[in-house]
Design a protein around this ligand. Structure first.
Ligand code: GLA
Length: 378
């Protein structure tokens, strides 16, 4: 199964945790279609932890969906989701129990993969709590990787071991299509900016068919839900979404799709940002430090298919910050005779750089600007 661009969808965990049921999933799927999110590419509807009974079926050993939460069963729910032109995702864990203490797949990988295939699952998030042996993460992910590859259905394998045991160095060997490399996100600026800046040095370990997953977005949560803490402002969410898109992360929404504001829908369906995220070349974004040494004010650059380059100017500090980018830093020398035509991804406005520099306007605290740039003759 090939996954050439970062997967996009919605996951229940950030907002709902254990408070999930089939009515919620159906109405979330309805909203995803109604709001145009499916058309924008958000196709995976993923049920996270807490969907099963506390124990396996004593006769068949199968994991069983909780009939109180999912009275119609998982197959019928999958059919409903497929009928909407969406894909269905579910969750399990490499340990004996999941992180929220439901049955995990350890020792039952092949049985569970067949059960999930029988449900009509298209995506499996595979967590790492309660593993009975330590230091064996590659083996445990390879087991489920093989189980999925032989279960008779194409299932996207989404690994989640939070970056331990140097996951980026071996995860591609398991057949995983995306992998979590950090602890859980919380809905505040510090949490999300720490995840983003912490992963910039690891972006060489993210490429088509296996993407570094910065975690489910908190965009649009405004402090509500399971990982809601202080919440974020609209500026914070613009910056989060810009980081995730520029860094080529999977885009899994974590807010409640039934109550998304038009402003948030506009942000997560921003065509230019999504075009950068889904760029077919899948090249590595890189960091260019602030010209006067402010560590919290920097640039991310990423080469795009067809000759364009994306530039994101970020200020994660609590004070306004200006910057100056030397075109030398992106490999455009003065001798090249080029400058940049720059299209602002938020406003569509067009600007031109100088022949050797881009003067970055003063960014507000937590602010960012993202441009799609084309090198042109100066
Ligand atoms: C871990 C994962 C989260 C979520 C919970 C569910 O903490 O990192 O994303 O899946 O487990 O219990």
């Amino acid at each position: 199964m090939l996954i050439p661009v970062p997967p996009m969808g919605w996951n229940t965990w950030n907002t709902f945790a254990a408070d999930i049921n089939e009515e919620l999933i159906r109405s979330a799927a309805d909203s995803i279609v109604k709001l145009g999110l499916r058309e924008a590419g958000y196709t995976y509807v993923v049920i996270d932890d807490c969907w099963s009974l506390r124990e396996r079926d004593p006769h068949t050993n199968e994991i069983v969906a909780d009939p109180a939460k999912f009275p119609g069963g998982m197959k019928a729910l999958a059919d409903y989701i497929h009928g909407k032109g969406l894909k269905f995702g579910i969750y399990s864990c490499a340990g004996v129990r999941t992180c929220a203490d439901y049955p995990g797949s350890f020792g039952h990988e092949f049985l569970d993969a067949r059960t999930f295939a029988g449900f009509g699952v298209d995506f499996l998030k595979y967590d790492y709590c309660n593993v009975p042996v330590t230091g064996q993460a590659p083996l445990l992910y390879r087991r489920m990787g093989q189980a999925l590859r032989t279960c008779g259905r194409d299932i996207l394998f989404s690994a989640c071991n939070w970056g331990i045991e140097e996951v980026g160095t071996w995860i591609r060997s398991t057949g995983a299509h995306m992998y979590r490399s950090t602890g859980d996100i919380a809905d505040n600026f510090k949490s999300m900016s720490n995840i983003a800046t912490g992963q910039i040095p690891h972006l060489s370990q993210s490429a088509p068919n296996c993407f570094n997953d910065l975690d489910m977005l908190t965009v649009g949560m405004f402090g509500k839900g399971n990982v809601g803490s202080s919440g974020c402002t609209m500026v914070d969410y613009q910056t989060q979404f810009s980081f995730w898109t520029l860094m080529g992360s999977p885009l899994m929404l974590g807010c409640d799709p039934r109550t998304m504001t038009p402003e948030i829908v506009g942000l997560v369906t921003n065509r230019e940002l999504l075009r950068i995220n889904q760029d077919p070349a899948g090249l590595q974004a890189y960091r260019i430090n602030h010209c006067w040494g402010n560590p919290e004010c920097f640039t991310l650059a990423r080469l795009l298919e067809g000759g364009d380059i994306a530039l994101g100017f970020f200020n994660i500090s609590e004070n306004p910050c200006g910057n100056l980018l030397l075109l030398e830093h992106i490999g455009l020398t003065y001798e090249s005779g080029m400058r940049l035509r720059m299209v602002d991804c938020f406003t569509g406005e067009e600007h031109y750089s100088g022949r050797d520099t881009v003067k970055v306007p003063k960014l507000p605290p937590h602010g960012c600007l993202v441009y799609r740039c084309t090198p042109v003759k100066a």
